[in-house]
Design a protein around this ligand. Structure first.
Ligand code: F6P
Length: 345
């Protein structure tokens, strides 16, 4: 067990519902159990590199677990760029009186955290991503909420689709993996689910649309933003690059809709759900998972488990090395796709 310490917290990368619940749980646990102090770094790694801090006590975290977003703000800043690096991070932590960091983020955040930890910075990670694509954890918080939002949207698309006898295409998030598409598509009874893991032809999609239409249904097609037709090498992108130089995705639904309409003769509309899936109140499941992660992260700091992140295995919260979460995405297994595909068309 360490001496009583001060812990810095940052949220980094794309936001998602549940971040505030992690922050609240960590602060409350530290304060209640041994008076540990907390410092918030604003705007992800940017705040750590620039020394942009805010107080983080019981007052600041009061009632926030139900709030979407993050009270700390976030960014996709790389801590090794723009004057950063381990020496700078250590200097800022010392100035802020912080002994260790809890970094809440996805793959990019955890990769940076690993490099910093390898250089001697004391960091514990908390996994976060709506995409649910991080290995070494069964679920990330934010995913359940995103699936719920997408499912509600599809229920609505179905009633308007049925009124007009249209084919409705719903595009959801999922850069490399189709978890949101698979779960929301299954929940809403979609007639096809198109995911990045499984290239598909226009012929196959059109056949599913026609089959549903011929039974008198208004076809609903769910497509993940990272889906590729069998004729495409890369995911559809028309919005330039993000801060990490990755193509900004979105628009595959709009691309598929006129093509489907031309092939099937069925009037077709596309809706892109976009950031609506990442906003607003977290589901009860995500609040509980995020709270458990926050509590466990404080234990991990006290046990000096640097370079490890908290993770969910079954119903247990465990600690795993950063490298277990990195380098390999948690993709939708073929068996899960095949299971869902029985009901397509
Ligand atoms: O990584 C989560 C995610 O929501 C992806 O599904 C999506 O491609 C990306 O973030 C969008 O990022 P931004 O918020 O920077 O537009």
């Amino acid at each position: 067990m360490m001496e009583r310490m001060a812990i810095g917290i940052l949220t980094s990368g794309g936001d998602c519902p549940g971040l505030n619940a992690v922050i609240r749980a960590a602060v409350l646990k530290g304060q209640i159990t041994d008076g540990t102090e907390f410092v918030g770094f604003r705007g992800g790694w940017r705040g750590v590199v620039e020394g942009d801090t805010m107080p983080l006590g019981r007052k600041e975290v009061m009632g926030i677990s139900k709030q979407g977003g993050t009270i700390l703000g976030t960014s996709r800043t790389n801590p090794f760029e723009e004057g950063g690096g381990p020496d700078r991070v250590a200097e800022v932590m010392a100035d802020a009186g912080v002994d260790a960091l809890i970094a809440i983020g996805g793959e990019g955040t955890l990769a940076a955290a690993k490099r910093l930890t390898d250089a001697g910075v004391r960091i514990v990670g908390v996994p976060k991503t709506v995409d649910n694509d991080l290995s070494a954890t069964d679920y990330t918080f934010g995913f359940d909420t995103a699936v719920q939002i997408a499912t509600e949207a599809m229920d609505r698309l179905r009633t308007t689709g049925e009124s007009h006898q249209r084919c409705m295409v719903a595009e959801v998030m999922g850069r490399h993996v189709g978890w949101i598409a698979l779960h929301s598509g299954m929940a809403s009874g979609a007639h096809a689910i198109l995911i990045p893991e499984r290239k598909t032809s226009m012929d196959e999609i059109s056949a599913w649309v026609m089959s549903a239409h011929n039974r008198g249904r208004a076809p609903l097609i769910v497509v993940a933003e990272g889906f590729k037709l069998d004729t495409m090498d890369d995911a559809h992108s028309e919005r330039g690059l993000d801060a990490f130089g990755r193509p900004r995705l979105g628009g595959i639904g709009d691309m598929l809709a006129p093509e489907l309409e031309a092939r099937t003769g069925i009037e077709t509309r596309a809706t892109t759900l976009g950031h609506i899936q990442r906003g607003g109140t977290p589901s009860a499941y995500d609040r509980v998972l995020a709270t458990r992660y926050g509590l466990a992260a404080v234990d991990a700091v006290r046990d000096q488990r640097w370079g490890r992140m908290v993770a969910l295995r079954g119903t247990q919260i465990v600690h795993v090395p950063f490298e277990d979460a990195l380098g390999r995405l948690k993709t939708v297994p073929q068996s899960r796709y095949d299971e869902a595909a029985i009901l397509f068309g």
